[in-house]
Structure formats: C-alpha cells, structure tokens
Design a protein around this ligand. Structure first.
Ligand SMILES: NC(=O)c1ccc[n+]([C@@H]2O[C@H](COP(=O)([O-])OP(=O)(O)OC[C@H]3O[C@@H](n4cnc5c(N)ncnc54)[C@H](OP(=O)(O)O)[C@@H]3O)[C@@H](O)[C@H]2O)c1
Length: 312
C-alpha cells in the first residue's frame, strides 16, 4: 500500500510503498478514506518524540483516521466489516500511522462509528484535535460569563476549543496573527470572540480586556509562564504542551497537563456535536495522500484550522 513514511527522524515524510498491515487479535483493519495533520505528526517528523516513544521504521505517520472496516482481528466484538468508523491511532509506539491506505487500530480504544450526517472528511480530521480541545475545556470547566484565553486558537485544537468554550457561555479571548488568522478565529462562532495578536504585546492586550486577569487559559501554543501570569488569583490553566502543576508552584493558580484521551465516548460526543451543528469542523484545505509532503510543508508554514488528507 501507499503510505507517508519516515525512514529516520528528523526528516520530511515521503510517500512510499510499504506492506499492508494485518489486524492482530483485538484490532480492526481500516481502509482509510481521510486522515489529517496534527501538531503531533509535525513533532514526530522533527524528532521531538524520539526519546519519549518507541519508533518503528519505516514509520508511517498520522494519528487521525476515518474509513471503513476492512477486516477484523481475532476476538473483536461490536464491529463488522463495512462499518464506517473514525478515531485516533493510540498505540504506545510510533510506526503504524493513518496517513496510509490502510491502518490497524485497537477495536477497544480510539475508535467510534461515524454517525449519519457526519461527512467522512470531517470525521477524518476530528479525532485528535477534537479530543484535545474537549479535554482541555473540560479541564478548566469554564462557567457562563467566565473569561477564557485560548493561546493557539488558529490551530486545529484551538479552532475547536474556541467553539466548545463559547458554547458553554464563556467569554473567549483568542490569539491569532493579524489578517487571515484573526479573520478565521473571529468567524468560528457567532458569539463574538475577542482576538488578540500574539506577535504583539500579548500581556497588554489581554489586560486591556481583563484587567483583573482571566479566569482560565488554554495553553495550546506560546509561553506557558507568560500565560499563567495572565490568570486572576485562583485561575485555572490547561496545557496540551505539558505545562502542569510543577510549573506554577507557589502561584495562586492551577495548571493541568492534558493528555488527549480518545475514548469512544469522547469521539461519539464530538461526532454528535458536529452533526448537530454545535461544532463546525474547521477544514481549510484538502490534500491527496501523494501530496502529504506538501501538506506537511503547508502545516509548518502556518496553516489555519485542520488540513485533511484523502487516502483512498
Ligand atoms: N497533549 C496532547 O494530548 C495533545 C493533543 C493534541 C495536540 N497537542 C499539542 O497541542 C498543540 C496544538 O496542536 P494543533 O494540532 O492545534 O497544532 P497547530 O495546528 O500547529 O496549532 C498551533 C497554532 O498555534 C499558533 N501559534 C504559534 N505560536 C503561537 C504563540 N506564541 N501564541 C499563540 N499562538 C501561536 C500557530 O500559528 P502559526 O502557525 O501562525 O504560527 C498555530 O495556528 C501542538 O503542540 C500539539 O502537539 C497535544
């Protein structure tokens, strides 16, 4: 099959021929229709995860998938060949990713059915970014009218987190570069997101909107220490970048390092919200599997929202 692979890290992915995987006991073989790019994939290619996870080369990149169950490993219950499914590759090693024609995934974790009304394109970009966004918002649990600063709002996780926080009644302050980024973020909800320019004096811009500090921060990009300093006393922060309790010791704030937990329950909730229209899936460009190297280049150059990749 064709797949986007790395022979070593750091390196840029290339599209090459590799063996089609076979499902082991408890696994599904999924024919991938759509995958996407995530910060995780860029970090893998850059070699940032080399000392954190086992790498199996040639390493197929890609966390998100949507497609059709092609075969079942021994002992799989609850799924049948032909089921439309989506989710996140959650294996404890890197190598069998979803930017490929086929992927094997555990039937018990990181996969859910695509409901009626959700396009395979949207399902294929929703898994990891949606889970990280939902888990991050849940971690700070914003109340109605609380102010939430979202740093990294232009990315895949951020564009979804802005919508989830706004839907809970929070007043969202979102970071973006001026121009296309600011326009993109401002258009994510109908409830009036206030946009601040992270390339300028972020501290002054946020203080102008929230003189006593913000109630909560989502740290999806930028300097965690600076962002923690923008919280009011007792404020809460959630970080997808590993900024946790140790980083705020001695300060009157809490910080939670989020690890996206792509349970079937979370995936099912995200899909239902996308079907109802509560969550708009922010796909801004679509590439073919053969164009994956271009998609990585675009991602690294500052793409907005989610980039989809059609794999078969
Ligand atoms: N812990 C977990 O389980 C988990 C799960 C999912 C994601 N993550 C991590 O969460 C982060 C976000 O993921 P993603 O997929 O949304 O990545 P992404 O699409 O690359 O989004 C990051 C965004 O942050 C913007 N940005 C860069 N520097 C910034 C700054 N100083 N202040 C504010 N915004 C800034 C970028 O804009 P420009 O491109 O214009 O610079 C980009 O739009 C990544 O680091 C990813 O690895 C972790």
């Amino acid at each position: 099959m064709r797949a986007a692979t790395l022979e070593s890290v750091p390196a840029s992915p290339v599209v090459s021929d590799v063996d089609t995987p076979r499902p082991e006991a408890g696994e599904l073989l999924v024919k991938v229709a759509v995958s996407s790019l995530n910060g995780f994939d860029a970090a893998t290619a850059a070699g940032f995860l080399r000392d954190m996870m086992e790498h199996r080369f040639p390493l197929i990149v890609g966390k998100d998938f949507a497609g059709t169950v092609e075969a079942l490993g021994a002992g799989v219950d609850g799924f049948a060949v032909g089921d439309a499914v989506f989710g996140v590759v959650m294996k404890p090693f890197l190598g069998t990713g979803a930017l490929a024609e086929y992927v094997t995934v555990s039937a018990g974790y990181g996969v859910a059915r695509i409901p009626e009304g959700l396009s395979v394109r949207d399902a294929g970009v929703l898994g990891l970014a949606g889970t990280a966004a939902l888990d991050s918002v849940d971690a700070v649990d914003p109340r109605k009218d609380e102010t939430v600063l979202i740093s990294g709002a232009t990315g895949g996780v951020g564009a979804l987190a802005v919508q989830i926080a706004a839907a809970r009644g929070a007043r969202v302050i979102a970071t973006a570069r001026p121009g296309a980024g600011a326009d993109f973020v401002a258009g994510l909800t109908d409830s009036g997101v206030r946009v601040v320019d992270f390339t300028g004096d972020l501290d002054a811009q946020v203080r102008a909107l929230a003189p006593d500090g913000v109630d909560a921060v989502l740290h999806l990009a930028g300097d965690g220490g600076l962002l923690a300093g923008l919280l009011r006393p007792g404020g809460r922060m959630a970080s997808t970048l590993g900024f946790g309790p140790d980083a705020v010791q001695g300060q009157d704030v809490t910080a939670h390092a989020v690890m996206a937990d792509a349970s079937a329950q979370t995936l099912t909730k995200l899909a239902a919200d996308a079907v109802s229209g509560a969550l708009r899936v922010p796909v801004t460009a679509t590439y073919t599997l053969e164009q994956t190297p271009e998609a990585f280049a675009a991602f690294g150059a500052g793409a907005l929202g989610k980039l989809a990749v059609t794999c078969s």
